[in-house]
Design a protein around this ligand. Structure first.
Ligand code: HAM
Length: 422
């Protein structure tokens, strides 16, 4: 082996761009938020579903849409045994596949599901935008009622309130059905035809394939054109059907009654193709450029498009990384006891009995002197140290040392196990 290759073998291997290691108290913060989400969903009758991290590429092509950036540019796709597979860029398509494949379409309606896990998009990483990120999502199948929309939105808003997220705004829009969008296409395209060449190349392509998505363009030049009064006036004259308008009006009425503030955003169209009628995003001004902590909407034809029976549905997903950036201090369980010892059999036994009573206990494993072990206990912010040497094992007692007051006294095991003798 040459010198260079030996050196390169020892070179530090770093994590891939756009990914994160989570460790230490940050994992504890994530766990407590995940537990809160689970409880919040379960209390409202939602059940967890766990689907694979990779699926057949075709699922996302047909589900999320071949005209979307997510499918066109951002999927991690690979081939195995002549099958094209992709890491999931989002959760809905997989959940819908499972809903159909596992016969959940035959369950009494509504079917209420939630999920959490990693998603993968090959995007340019920046603050709040990773290549591997984590979503917590909710999907409600089988109802096309404004009440179902209201419940889904309320589930997100109340969760964020519980977590104390600052400066939130619920942006909401009605994009209608496929027929409504044909009307939109005709009117919108006619207005833009004379100035088409002033738009970016992406928008010019979308003009032919998917004009609604043009509104999602981040190019400042295009944004300025879409903000012009004639285009805004067109967006605000509802191009959706009477049925879609009535559905949306009823939803807004429910949100008003529930005192959920919202902003009707006529530019909100979302980056996935499966939406019908209601779409929404929850943003926070504390987040910077990537300001959406949650996004979702109604998707009344996706189940059918993926081969299932006609089933309306609505759902949303929140981004955990963005959520955690907004969540303030969370209580971390303190260390109740640190066992300072050279009598490991007895120490493990005592630790297990205390843990069975839900105390957080660590046993020193270093074999160092008790002085050093006590220093370690202080570093870990343990509430109390339990000193267990051979004399204590003999007498069935333990020395209890309060690390803040330094007060130390002898306590029989039995008393310790009856409760905290502080
Ligand atoms: P989405 O808007 O693409 O919707 O993603 C939902 C949330 O995931 C975003 O609001 C954001 O917080 C987070 N997110 C997305 N991409 C990234 C990224 N690259 N880095 C960090 N966070 C990110 C969906 O995925 C739909 N499946 C939601 C849905 C469920 N619609 C109906 N049901």
């Amino acid at each position: 082996m040459t010198g260079t290759s030996q050196k390169s073998r020892r070179e530090l291997i770093q994590r891939p761009k756009g990914t994160q290691d989570l460790f230490g108290t940050e994992v504890e913060r994530w766990e407590s938020v995940e537990s809160l989400c689970r409880l919040h969903f379960q209390n409202a009758g939602y059940q967890e579903v766990r689907t694979p991290v990779f699926e057949h590429t075709e699922l996302f092509e047909r589900g999320v849409g071949e005209g979307t950036d997510i499918v066109n540019k951002e999927m991690y796709t690979f081939e195995k045994s002549e099958r094209r597979l992709s890491l999931r860029p989002e959760g809905t398509a997989g959940v819908v596949r499972a809903f159909i494949e596992q016969g959940m379409a035959r369950w009494p309606k509504p079917v209420k599901l939630y999920y959490m896990g990693p998603m993968f998009r090959y995007e340019r990483p920046q603050a709040g935008r990773q290549r591997q990120f984590h979503q917590v999502g909710l999907e409600l199948f089988g109802l096309d009622t404004p009440a179902a929309d209201a419940e889904a939105i309320l589930m997100a808003m109340r969760l964020f309130e519980q977590l104390g997220l600052p400066n939130l705004s619920l942006q909401i829009n009605n994009i209608g059905t496929a027929e409504c969008r044909e009307r939109f296409k005709a009117g919108f395209k006619a207005l833009l035809a004379p100035i088409l060449t002033q738009l970016c190349l992406d928008c010019q392509t979308r003009y032919g394939s998917n004009p609604l998505r043009m509104l999602d363009c981040k190019n400042p030049g295009c944004q300025a054109i879409y903000a012009q009064p004639d285009l805004q006036a067109f967006l605000q004259t509802d191009f959706t059907s009477e049925d879609c308008q009535a559905h949306f009006a009823e939803l807004l009425k429910l949100l008003d009654a529930l005192k959920v503030p919202y902003h009707r955003n006529f530019m909100l169209v979302r980056g996935l193709d499966y939406y019908t009628k209601t779409v929404f995003e929850i943003t926070s001004t504390n987040l910077g450029a990537q300001n959406a902590v949650c996004g979702g909407g109604r998707y009344n034809t996706l189940v059918e498009d993926l081969g299932g029976p006609e089933t309306p549905a609505i759902g949303w997903a929140l981004g955990m990384e963005r959520l955690m950036a907004l969540v303030g201090e969370l209580p971390v369980k303190p260390l109740d006891y640190y066992l300072v010892t050279d009598q490991h059999a007895a120490a493990f036994d005592l630790a297990e009995q205390l843990r069975a009573q839900d105390y957080k206990v660590e046993v020193d494993l270093s074999g160092k002197g008790f002085g050093k072990q006590l220093e370690r206990a202080a570093k870990l912010n343990a509430r109390q140290a339990l000193i267990l040497g051979s004399a204590e094992v003999h007498s069935g007692e333990v020395q209890l040392k309060n690390l803040a007051s330094k007060e130390q006294r002898v306590v029989p095991y039995a008393l310790l196990l009856q409760g905290n003798p502080e």
